[in-house]
Design a binder for this molecule. Structure first.
Ligand code: ZN
Length: 416
């Protein structure tokens, strides 16, 4: 429609004419607002309704006019569209839509939503598997993504309770680490001259921007189809200035980001993750635990067990909390090794499976030592084999039995 009637376009200062923004059913159509344009839009929407069987909800739709537009003008547009007038600021895809300077109150809704989710994590009521699911959901949710695209004022982030969240800090750290791998192909030059990487292999900020210039855009150093050389030569070294001759700013091209960690320049989460994560030596025991044949919550549990994160009585005492320790299997002190390996109530279970798989059980040692003995006993078997899985499940069910005994007053009698 806009291709056929280009005069319908809403004329902004931006060189790119945007006819609409659409994400699922959240659509903004920009037009010049003349009667004929409005008529075409309503006709188009009616045709869409007829073809798709969907209906535009006029109570949830509206039109935005300039704040200076007269009441009679608003009445004309409202009459033509059948919608009511919306005044800025409003929201699109949950993000504030506004004109003029960024005001911190515009982000109040969004920040409180994110803070509520973060508090959900901090309450630690979810299992680690559940937390991973929420983490994925939040990472892929639109608000956080948009926070990176539309940067709110610093006061918003400083005042937000998410600011202190360790997860937020790690996300920010990963984001900063990834920025080093973005190279910009200059188009209209609306990228930062000093802090984005667009010429040479790193940001020009290493040459210390002159006072007051650190926020300037690439396009602001481009005049009359050439670089503003007198000034540029005084602020960056000559060899960099020479390479500027190969770069031209064009108001009709958008700046294009290239991700340097993939061959085609496209961003992938996998390449970013591989770059920012810290890799330690591979421990064979973990490849047996993190396996498709073992439910994620059990893998997490064993990982916590091996890292001494399971809150048995002696672990809680070690945190300075005074309490009497009592193993629900034998009334002895409940330590990690006692509960999971050596308690007389669990020994029969271990002995049963040890004789089934001809495993010689260690007489003492840690859970890591115990599991290694299981995994390495007998002929080699691969991950996912029943002999590898059994001790993992035994540990998991001992923990379930213990929790039932402690918190639900049930008997602690694991049986074979
Ligand atoms: Zn016991």
């Amino acid at each position: 429609m806009f291709q056929r009637y280009p005069s319908m376009h809403y004329l902004a200062r931006c060189p790119v004419l945007v006819p609409h923004l659409a994400f699922a059913d959240d659509i903004i159509i920009f037009s010049n607002g003349t009667k004929s344009s409005l008529k075409r839009i309503t006709t188009f929407l009616a045709e869409y309704e007829q073809c798709s069987g969907q209906k535009v909800n006029s109570s949830k739709s509206g039109f935005i006019l300039s704040a200076k537009a007269s009441l009679s003008r608003a009445n004309v547009v409202g009459g033509a569209l059948g919608f009511s007038r919306i005044r800025l600021p409003t929201k699109y895809l949950g993000m504030p839509l506004y004109k003029g300077p960024k005001k911190s109150f515009l982000w109040d809704d969004l920040i409180s939503k994110i803070a509520a989710r973060m508090e959900g994590w901090e309450a630690k009521v979810l299992s680690p598997g559940g937390r991973i699911t929420i983490l994925k959901s939040i990472l892929t949710s639109m608000p956080l993504y948009l926070l990176h695209v539309i940067v709110p004022p610093k006061t918003v982030m400083c005042g937000a309770s998410i600011h202190d969240s360790p997860i937020w800090k790690r996300l920010s750290r990963a984001g900063r680490a990834c920025e080093d791998f973005i190279r910009w192909k200059v188009g209209c030059g609306k990228i930062n001259f000093w802090h984005d990487i667009w010429v040479d292999d790193s940001a020009l900020s290493r040459y210390n921007p002159p006072i007051g210039e650190s926020h300037r855009l690439v396009s602001s150093y481009w005049r009359d189809n050439t670089w503003y050389l007198d000034h540029v030569r005084s602020i960056i070294p000559n060899d960099i200035v020479d390479s500027l001759y190969l770069i031209a700013v064009s108001s009709t091209r958008v700046d294009h980001p290239l991700w340097t960690l993939t061959a085609n320049g496209g961003f992938t989460m996998y390449s970013a993750w591989n770059r920012v994560r810290q890799v330690s030596d591979r421990q064979p025991i973990f490849s047996k635990i993190w396996h498709a044949s073992i439910p994620l919550k059990i893998s997490f549990f064993i990982w916590r067990l091996l890292n001494d994160f399971i809150p048995v009585d002696t672990r809680i005492q070690s945190k300075g909390i005074c309490m009497v320790s009592k193993c629900h299997g034998c009334n002895d002190i409940e330590s990690l090794e006692h509960l999971f390996l050596f308690c007389p109530s669990v020994s029969p279970v271990w002995n049963f499976f040890a004789s089934m798989f001809s495993v010689s059980l260690p007489v003492d040692g840690s859970i890591r030592h115990w599991l290694s003995a299981w995994f390495l006993s007998g002929d080699y078997v691969s991950e996912g084999h029943i002999r590898i899985i059994i001790p993992i499940f035994v540990l998991w069910f001992i923990w379930l039995e213990r929790n039932d005994a402690k918190h639900r007053n049930m008997s602690f009698y694991p049986s074979t």
